[in-house]
Design a protein around this ligand. Sequence first.
Ligand code: TYD
Ligand code: MG
Length: 459
Amino acid sequence: MAKAKTNFTCTECGGITNKWTGKCPNCGQWNTLVETTVETAGVGNRFSNQHQGLAQAAPVMSLTDIEAIDVPRFGTGIEEFDRVLGGGLVAGGVVLIGGDPGIGKSTLLLQALANLSRTKKVLYVSGEESGAQIAMRAKRLAVDAKELKLQAEIQLEKVLNTLVDLKPEVVVIDSIQTVYSDALTSAPGSVAQVRECAAQLTRVAKQSGITIIMVGHVTKEGALAGPRVLEHIVDTVLYFEGDTHSSFRLVRAVKNRFGAVNELGVFAMTEKGLKGVSNPSALFLSQHDVEVPGSCVMVTQEGTRPLLVEIQALVDTSHLPNARRLTVGLEQNRLAMLLAVLHRHAGIAAFDQDVFINAVGGVKITEPAADLAVLLAINSSMRNKPLPRGLVVFGEVGLAGEIRPAPRGQERLREAAKLGFSIAIIPKSNEPKQKIEGLTVIGVDRIDDALSKIRDASL
Ligand code: TYD
Ligand code: MG
């Protein structure tokens, strides 16, 4: 195949040059030029060639004339995976799964494809592992993979040809960073290659109705490696989370055109691959025989499911000029803000204290409803006094010291009551109208109010 013509586009200003230079001649930014293909007639894959010559512009229609059909879905046979996908895979849908190395991306997809292969034509394209390695994993997982087709290939054009010949219904690309297109001279994994390959695969999925699942590498910071546009062009973005030292793995939907975002699938890594955990609400509580200072249980709402998570705080005298503020599983800047609120509105100073916060079990909490739990845990650690037994909290804390309501308060409270919690300190506006069996609900509207209620309760 003839090399397609390429040029270099600046990611900052969009300026185009023919030659790569360190500095963009248009805007003067450094290291922003990225190789891109020049679209000319005749260049492209067999999918687009088939349509050439008869390509017409899509007709203009009024929205009311278009029939709104529910997208047909098919399950992967893994209940927790279907849950994050919003009920299953969609024909022509493109899913991107990111996560740390070794967290279980290939394992999950191999299990899902093996299940799907019983009823659908499926293809696993691997650029990372050889066929033998995948066969070994399939054996270990003891999956029925007789109908599972495998291709160890990294050249995009060859993969696209396979798609035309084989006509699979579901394809896994493991991973998008290893695939390269002949049309570009950049190395596989570079911004230009990832963007071009993902765009071409997405186009094919939309044209042919093939469901494509792409595996994406993540950077050290945990974001998907490659261009930001990768997340924009696909329909669904899923992230694997969790501590690789524990056996639990979470799959979170951060974008989903076919379902709810923030939906969470919970798995356990076992000898035989990933197994769904259907009732995970007590998973993120550590077991203490006696109450310990610095630990506070919160109810967080992940997608459609409430989860109980233990927040731990350790406050210790600092010997550094700048006291340390460290968080695991929560946002660090938010901690600095909460400490300022604690000082101004409750008179508790922590400027000379190191503060460490941890969400147990490697779960990441992004919602602000964790604020109250963080502050109560900090206060408890500072005073070396455990919080009352059976206490559960949630609520956002504002800069004025007010406690704001969290969405779906009732559901959270019911889940806590179900797991045997007996006292709930929650935002006043979340107070339930009807009493929840076995749960004493205390509504608070300010942080100092919450702290004094705790003092009263533990007396
Ligand atoms: P893998 O799916 O290869 O990770 P990724 O594709 O995200 O890089 O997962 C590999 C890890 O999972 C490896 O550390 C071994 C472990 N594992 C099990 O514990 N049980 C199993 O059945 C399998 C297949 C893997
Ligand atoms: Mg892998």
